[in-house]
Design a protein around this ligand. Structure first.
Ligand SMILES: *[C@@H]1O[C@H](CO)[C@@H](O)[C@H](O)[C@H]1NC(C)=O
Ligand SMILES: *[C@@H]1O[C@H](CO)[C@@H](O)[C@H](O)[C@H]1NC(C)=O
Ligand SMILES: *[C@@H]1O[C@H](CO)[C@@H](O)[C@H](O)[C@H]1NC(C)=O
Ligand SMILES: *[C@@H]1O[C@H](CO)[C@@H](O)[C@H](O)[C@H]1NC(C)=O
Ligand SMILES: *[C@@H]1O[C@H](CO)[C@@H](O)[C@H](O)[C@H]1NC(C)=O
Ligand SMILES: *[C@@H]1O[C@H](CO)[C@@H](O)[C@H](O)[C@H]1NC(C)=O
Ligand SMILES: *[C@@H]1O[C@H](CO)[C@@H](O)[C@H](O)[C@H]1NC(C)=O
Ligand SMILES: *[C@@H]1O[C@H](CO)[C@@H](O)[C@H](O)[C@H]1NC(C)=O
Ligand SMILES: *[C@@H]1O[C@H](CO)[C@@H](O)[C@H](O)[C@H]1NC(C)=O
Ligand SMILES: *[C@@H]1O[C@H](CO)[C@@H](O)[C@H](O)[C@H]1NC(C)=O
Ligand SMILES: [Cu+2]
Length: 565
């Protein structure tokens, strides 16, 4: 939609809202199966309103909306509003068995989605088993009515959702994965707005095409909605100027390619300043490992200029770094900076009340008797934070906390690793690989200033981990390769203009330091955004207690929450 028309529409909408008083926008999301054809095969996938990717939500900063989810599929489902802080309202956050029990087939649930500080691009996705593979969509958050963008007004905007496609039913992929004890089968394609593109079979049946006019400016609202891979993304012959990430503005960063983890979003400006023609945009995996296989294919879409040119000339491919290029990945991530302007100031905690160091590890367990497991040496693969491999409870933690139900979770998630070892050593003793398995949460006092050092380890397989926190955005104040050093590293933190994110890529055998103020009471999930690592237990829960004053307490539950059995 063109911006001037859009603004007119918003003014009309806003004035009608004023007339009706406190009315909120309602959306109807019908979760149902739909038939899609990709890679020359047809299959049923779970969708919202029959669409893949699902519908885009468009709101203004500070707005509250309602989304009623009707489950007309055959699977349990929940939805999560990724990066939306939901102040005092964990009831609508979505992760299954963390803040709610799932919406069962035939049931419905009304989510109240409260936007507060976020501005830019976020997304929504299913948070139940692996259904988010196809159940996801974009959220555009415009400035408050009348407020400007902190960058030149783009002429047009488009969502660009990166996804991952399996020929196999995703439920079967998950089942086989869990039963095997090893790795999941690799996906068969990556997608851009639902289409794999020209480097895969049957692309003549559909490739996403972005039609542009020379001289115009485009805002690409880029979202990595894939399941298991960090991606490099670029557009041939065009720079991308990043102006926002994870629903927060950044200093403009001009790049030929970007690195985007599952869960992350980037607002990128693209100037259509090339000769009329066709140019590919493309994405492929970043993963620095020699020991696991991965989908090494490349998805493309076409940026097509209006005008006359020889359409038989194939589009140009963009430069993307080699799959194992850690330097290239962090050359991008490490240079993001908050806008930190008068209109968009930062609020990074300068000191810390509650410090944590959390190791991120892949682990193994001996296989159950009478089973065969395809992990290393016949073991079962798991993963952990601070040596705790999280076990989902049968009743959601929020309910158990609010109604004080005993025996659902423990409060002993440690602040520091139980054992100190050389986290990033080339060789690790075998006995360190076995984690503790439990449902342990971390209790946090209201308004505590929290710092977490996320420390990758080389246990089993050193890998990058995109860590995501619900209920907050956090400042990424430091990064480093190797082991975090309490003496050497904190003095080097960026406390001036660190980026504000909800997902941070912790590089392989490296650490990242994040800070946030715990001013949002509730039950908030923290987890790796690689779906295979979530299934293995690389996650925990923060329970932020209520403050003293009424505005510092969790809202009471809505009238209806889906029951737990
Ligand atoms: C998709 O492409 C394949 C191969 O080109 C073709 O056989 C098939 O009929 C196409 N399907 C549709 C729905 O166009
Ligand atoms: C991309 O940015 C570089 C560095 O600013 C500049 O030299 C180059 O001309 C730009 N390319 C395009 C296509 O805008
Ligand atoms: C992808 O991996 C396969 C199997 O390991 C290999 O044969 C192929 O050459 C790789 N392709 C690319 C583009 O690296
Ligand atoms: C990265 O991958 C390339 C291509 O497969 C290979 O030639 C190179 O040795 C790898 N580099 C490292 C450091 O693993
Ligand atoms: C892969 O990671 C290792 C260890 O962290 C690093 O030494 C190597 O340079 C990385 N590979 C590339 C190609 O950057
Ligand atoms: C393992 O298999 C044996 C023989 O089939 C059976 O007797 C035993 O009960 C099984 N053990 C478990 C734990 O399932
Ligand atoms: C597999 O077993 C061998 C020999 O017992 C051992 O050296 C190796 O560390 C094991 N690897 C893993 C990943 O457990
Ligand atoms: C930890 O292991 C790394 C990689 O093997 C090594 O370079 C480093 O010196 C070790 N650190 C300590 C304190 O032993
Ligand atoms: C993790 O916990 C298990 C079980 O309590 C313990 O055996 C193991 O030593 C711990 N490992 C590490 C690295 O802390
Ligand atoms: C669906 O959710 C209900 C309620 O939590 C649970 O009892 C049931 O086992 C779930 N079904 C599946 C297939 O996970
Ligand atoms: Cu991970």
């Amino acid at each position: 939609m063109h911006f001037s028309m859009y603004n007119l529409f918003i003014i009309l909408l806003f004035s009608s809202l004023l007339q009706c008083g406190m009315s909120h926008t309602h959306y109807k999301f019908i979760v149902k199966e739909a038939t899609y054809e990709r890679l020359c095969e047809t299959k049923n996938i779970l969708t919202v309103n029959g669409k893949f990717p699902g519908p885009t939500l468009k709101v203004h900063k500070g707005e509250t909306i309602f989304v009623t989810v009707y489950n007309r599929g055959n699977d349990n489902i929940t939805l999560h509003w990724h990066g939306v802080h939901q102040p005092r309202n964990p009831w609508s956050d979505g992760p299954e068995y963390i803040t709610q029990c799932p919406i069962k087939p035939g049931d419905k649930f009304r989510y109240k989605v409260i936007f507060s500080e976020e501005e830019g691009t976020l997304w929504w996705h299913a948070h139940s088993d692996w259904s988010r593979a196809t159940v996801h969509g974009a959220i555009f958050i415009y400035p408050r009515p009348g407020a400007p963008y902190p960058f030149p007004l783009p002429d047009y905007e488009f969502p660009i959702l990166l996804g991952e496609w399996w020929k196999e039913d995703i439920r079967k992929v998950l089942q086989e994965f869990v039963a095997s004890g090893g790795l999941p089968r690799d996906s068969d394609a990556y997608t851009i707005n639902g289409q794999p593109g020209d480097l895969y079979p049957c692309s003549e049946n559909g490739t996403y095409t972005l039609k542009v006019k020379q001289g115009k400016k485009y805002l690409l609202r880029l979202i990595n909605a894939d399941m298991n891979e960090v991606l490099f993304f670029g557009v041939a012959n065009h720079n991308l100027t990043v102006v926002g990430t994870d629903g927060s503005y950044t200093k403009p960063l001009k790049r030929k390619y970007i690195t985007i983890s599952p869960g992350q979003t980037f607002d990128c400006l693209l100037e259509a300043n090339q000769d009329p023609g066709q140019y590919y945009m493309a994405a492929s995996a970043y993963i620095n490992t020699t020991i696991i296989t991965f989908d090494n294919s490349t998805t493309t879409a076409i940026v097509e200029y209006k005008g006359s040119y020889d359409k038989s000339i194939p589009p140009v491919m963009p430069y993307l770094p080699n799959f194992n290029d850690t330097t290239a990945a962090f050359d991008f991530c490490g240079t993001l900076r908050s806008l930190a302007s008068e209109e968009h100031p930062i609020d990074v905690p300068l000191d810390v009340d509650h410090k944590m160091v959390s190791t991120l590890s892949v682990n193994t367990l001996p296989c159950d008797t009478n089973q065969t497991c395809s992990g290393p040496n016949g073991t079962r693969l798991l993963a952990s934070m601070t040596n705790n491999s999280f076990v989902l409870p049968p009743i959601d933690i929020l309910k158990a906390y609010y109604y004080q139900l005993e025996g659902v979770y423990g409060e002993n998630f440690p602040d520091f690793p139980p054992l100190e070892f050389n986290y990033t050593a080339d060789f690790q003793p075998f006995y360190l690989q076995t984690p503790n398995r439990a449902t342990e949460v971390k209790m946090i006092k209201y308004n505590e200033k929290v710092e977490i050092i996320l420390q990758g380890t080389s246990l089993v397989a050193p890998l990058d981990h995109p860590m995501h926190l619900h209920g907050f955005s956090f400042y990424v104040v430091g990064y480093g390769f190797g082991n975090y050093d309490e003496i050497r590293d904190p003095p080097r933190y960026n406390l001036v203009d660190p980026p504000l994110q909800n997902t941070v890529l912790v590089p392989r055998n490296s650490w990242a330091a994040i800070r946030f103020k715990a001013n949002n009471p509730g039950v908030w999930f923290m987890h790796c955004h690689f779906e295979r690592h979530v299934t293995w237990g690389m996650e925990t829960v923060f329970i932020v207690r209520n403050g003293e004053r009424p505005g510092e307490r969790m809202f009471p539950p809505p009238n209806y929450m889906p029951p737990c059995c």
